[in-house]
Design a protein around this ligand. Structure first.
Ligand SMILES: [Cu+2]
Length: 123
């Protein structure tokens, strides 16, 4: 994925606006074609950010899984896929969650550190 500086700036501003609130974007929440709410409610996974990396870098989950990004580092991070989802800025010691309701492969970056890249594979 290629992001321009302009788009990075825009994402950073929007991230600041939502603060540390766990954010689930409309684009990911709007459709649940399977109506499988029971399974969705029970699935949760964690991506840790201990430094300048997402651990695990590739996370494979079932449809409906809520993924929580935990910032265990001492600096700001995001988990952002332009046009799809954005945790906004996650402060040290905080976390933010995204529920993945569509199958696919979702690469994402940290808008603060654009070389940080991760991937969520939803099956
Ligand atoms: Cu970062």
């Amino acid at each position: 994925m290629r992001l321009t500086w302009g788009s990075l700036w825009r994402w950073t501003i929007s991230g600041a606006a939502v603060g540390a609130i766990a954010l689930t974007l409309i684009s990911l929440e709007s459709a649940n074609a399977n109506g499988d709410s029971t399974a969705q409610a029970s699935r949760a996974k964690t991506v840790n950010i201990p430094n300048l990396a997402y651990i695990p870098q590739t996370l494979t989950v079932a449809v409906g899984t809520k993924v929580t990004f935990v910032n265990g580092s001492k600096t700001l991070h995001t988990a952002t896929r332009a046009g799809s989802f954005d945790t906004g800025i996650i402060h040290p010691g905080h976390s933010a969650s995204v529920r993945f309701t569509h199958r696919g492969t979702f690469t994402y970056v940290c808008t603060v550190h654009p070389k940080m890249m991760g991937k969520v594979v939803v099956r």
